[in-house]
Structures are given as C-alpha cells and as structure tokens.
Design a protein around this ligand. Structure first.
Ligand code: ARG
Length: 459
C-alpha cells in the first residue's frame, strides 16, 4: 500500500481496514467541481500575493481546469482508492505537473478546504431545491386557478366542519411551501460565507488575501474566526432542518392525496403513470408515490438528528466526526429533491371528482355555522343562535334530513326569526363566497391569494 500524502511522522502504511474506514471518496466525490474551483481561486490568490511564483500559479490553474474537464468528459476517473476528493485532485495535479503541483496546498488545510467545498456545494443545492419548490408552488397555483368554484368539505379533527373550495384548500400548501423557500433563502445567507484561510484552525503566517478568494468565488463575506471557520456546521444543520420542515409539509399533502384517492373519499384519482398495482389484487390502484414521500420524511428527520448528534460533543476545532456531515446532508437533499419533483408531477396529473366533493359537502351539516350566523344577522346573540342551530341539527338527525331540506315550519318552531330566505343562507356556494374576509375561501379572496403566489414566483 502506498504511503498517504499526509504521512508526516508515521513509519507504516495505514492498515487497509482502517484505510477503508477513514475514506470518504465514495460520497465526497460529488464535490469534485467545487473542490477544483476552490483550488483555482486559492492558487490564483497565492500567485497574486506573491506566496508562490505567478507562473507556477498559472500552471496550477491551467491544469486544474484540465482536470475538471477530464473528470467531466470521463477521461479521468475518480480513483476510489483515494482517501477523499481533496487528496485525489491534489494527487492527480502533482502526478501531471510534478513539483509545482505540490505548492497548491500552501497556506491551506483540508479542514478549511472541506468547509469551503461543502458550503459551495450546498449553495448550489439550495438553489436546486428552491427551483423545484417554486415549480411545485406554480403547479398548486395553476390547479387552484382552475378550482375556485370546486366546493368541498373543510375539516377539523377529520370531521366535516365548514365548506371550502379545493382552490382554498391547496393554497394553504402554497403558503407552507413559500415559507419553505424563505427558510431556504435564509439558510443560504449563512452558508454563503467563505472559510478558506482558516487553515487547520489557527489561520496562517503567510500573507494570504482571504477577501480576494471570497470575491473570486462569489461569496458574500469571509468567516470572522479561524476556529469557527473550520468547525462550524450550523449551516448544514439549518439546511437539514429547513428540508425536514419542507418534507413535513409534503408529507401532510401526501396524506391528503392518499385520503382523497381512497374509495371512502373518492375525491380524486391518480393518473395511471403515478400509481401502482398489486401483485395479487388485480383491481388495485395504489398511491405509492404519496406514501413514499410520507415515508421518506422520517428519513430526512433522521438525517437532521444525525447531524445534531454528530456535533453536540465536539470540542474545537475540526474533528473527524464531521466527515459524517456529508452522507447525512446529501441523503436529505437527494430524497427531498426527488420527492418534490415527483409530487409535482403527481399533482399535475391528479384528476378531481368535483361532483363527489360537492356531494360530500352536502352531508355533515357544514352549513350549521351559517345557519347560526343567519340568526345573528336577524339580531340574535351568537351564543343563542348557536344553541338553536344545535337543536335544529339534532332534529335533522332524528328526521334523517339536512338543514337545506328541513321544512320552514320546523325552523319556525325554534324561533319566528326564520323565514324563507334561510335556505339561501344555507346554500354551500354562498356559504363559501360570503367568507370574503382577507384570507378566507371566497372566490375574490382566493384570487387575491393566487395573485400573491404569482408575485412571489415572479419576484
Ligand atoms: N474527508 C474529510 C472530511 O470530510 C476532509 C477533512 C480531513 N481533515 C483532516 N484533518 N483529516 O471531513
């Protein structure tokens, strides 16, 4: 076995099981591009600051670019025997340009290098998640626009409560996903800080220009303390937390889809391309995608727990435990991204059974509050109106009828305030559209919400 590049004081090659245990190349290989870009900026700065010869810096930069192109084209395969992506790139560079390649790691440690790489990588991923989430929000707004009149039951405790529209219902999810975007953008601010120059932990005696590297790489600012610079993983945890909350929203939405597609609800039907069958029951059409999204939510929470627990006992500064941050956050990202993407397509192809939704809204006295409000409009105190309506509901249950069909004589026995116009007040569409209050389910309020979503997406 070859000696490690870091084999300073050791006299022996690493035990091969230890070597495998220690290696992170199998998962940090995906950071090759940011690693090389970071090295290009570092080498450029070393040359400009006169820490290495300008001609040497140029040679390093030029060859790092070739290495990047070679990896991208497949001409250079990432060697799984390398310890990590940082060592791999440096080894290839040195192999290709000899002595000059060995100057790249001046005034740098893998500790600040990996901190830089993970920040750069996550910034790109945050943008990906934002794009995907915005597409989902656009899909919700589109479906809402087509369903401003689709009346359905609204629930509390999963019991029929008051009528709403499908548009209003799903626009609640648009609000959640817009908050997710805000959270992601906020995490991005604290990720967008440049740690290189912290070196191992105590910065360096070389006259490096950290602000130049910051500018070359397009970061907002540089880290303020070298020990914090190499040991901070708050941004990784914050991202896992934002992804967990996003997945929680997606999981709740999945649960709705699963319910709506059950034969008990039958409010919606999944497209064949987004549902699965059973190996034994030929009639089955199962909502596996929604169920997997719900299931993977737990996994993303697990990644968050992994990260929080990983960090809780670490004294300053870098500890190898921190290598574990990558698999956890990559897993959280990979799963969240595929879930958002597939959920969006599934929603796009979901068909609604509007008649069934309306029919369902006719049962369970969803207009009982409106009946009480009718009496309030006629001058009665709400608590008295509530009591009378409760009595009316009990009577309807006895007579196996609904408030809409109960004869006026029955109403009048409770109070003479009831007149023929009570039936208009009980009409479900009217019940929805009278709730014009800001944030309510009325058509005009829903239109305002859609305009708000569109403004968010165009901002
Ligand atoms: N592969 C390591 C990681 O992901 C890179 C940093 C190694 N630093 C060290 N001092 N061993 O954290």
């Amino acid at each position: 076995m070859a000696q490690q590049m870091w084999a300073g004081r050791s006299k022996k090659a690493l035990n091969s099981r230890v070597n495998d245990f220690n290696s992170s190349i199998s998962f940090d290989r995906r950071m090759y591009e940011v690693d090389i870009k970071g090295s290009i900026a570092h080498a450029t700065m070393l040359g400009e600051a006169g820490i290495i010869e300008k001609s040497e810096a140029e040679k390093i930069v030029e060859n790092l670019k070739i290495i990047l192109a070679d990896i991208e084209s497949g001409a250079l395969e990432i060697d799984m025997e390398a310890e990590d992506i940082h060592m791999f790139v440096e080894a290839v560079l040195t192999e290709r340009i000899g002595e000059t390649g060995k100057r790249l790691h001046t005034a740098r440690s893998r500790n600040d290098q990996v901190a830089l790489d993970i920040r750069m990588y996550l910034i790109g991923e945050i943008d990906n998640v934002l794009d995907l989430t915005k597409k989902l929000i656009a899909e919700i707004a589109d479906k809402a626009g087509k369903n401003k009149d689709t009346v359905m039951p609204g629930y509390t405790h999963l019991q029929h409560a008051q009528p709403v529209t499908f548009a209003h219902y799903i626009l609640a999810y648009a609000q959640m996903f817009m908050r997710d975007c805000e959270r992601l953008s906020d995490v991005k601010k604290r990720t967008n800080v440049m740690p290189l120059g912290s070196c191992a932990l105590a910065a360096t005696t070389y006259p490096i220009d950290r602000h130049m590297v910051c500018e070359l790489l397009g970061f907002d600012r540089v880290t303020e303390n070298s020990m914090d610079g190499v040991s901070d993983r708050d941004f990784v945890i914050e991202l896992a937390s934002a992804l967990s909350i996003l997945m929680m929203h997606l999981s709740r939405f999945s649960e709705e889809v699963i319910l709506w597609c059950s034969s008990e609800y039958a409010f919606a039907e999944l497209d064949d391309a987004f549902s699965t069958g059973s190996s034994i029951m030929p009639q089955k059409k199962n909502p596996d995608i929604a169920e997997l999204v719900r299931g993977k939510t737990g996994r993303v929470y697990g990644d968050l727990m992994t990260l929080l627990t990983m960090m809780k006992g670490l004294s300053l500064a870098y500890n190898k435990d921190m290598q574990e941050d990558k698999e956890a956050i990559f897993d959280a990202l990979d799963n969240t991204e595929i879930c958002i993407e597939l959920f969006t397509s599934m929603l796009n192809t979901l068909t609604l059974n509007k008649d069934k939704m309306l029919e369902s809204a006719r049962h369970g006295f969803l207009n009982a509050t409106d009946c009480a409000d009718y009496l309030v409009r006629k001058g009665m105190a709400f608590r008295d109106a509530y009591k009378i309506t409760g009595g009316l509901v009990a009577l309807c249950i006895d007579k196996k009828t609904s408030l809409d069909e109960l004869p006026l004589e029955d109403y009048k026995q409770f109070t003479p305030l009831f007149e023929e116009d009570v039936y208009e007040s009980l009409d479900l569409v009217r019940c929805v559209n009278e709730r014009k209050v800001y944030g309510g389910p009325a058509k005009e309020s829903v239109e305002r919400q859609i305009a708000g979503v569109e403004a968010f997406l165009n901002a």
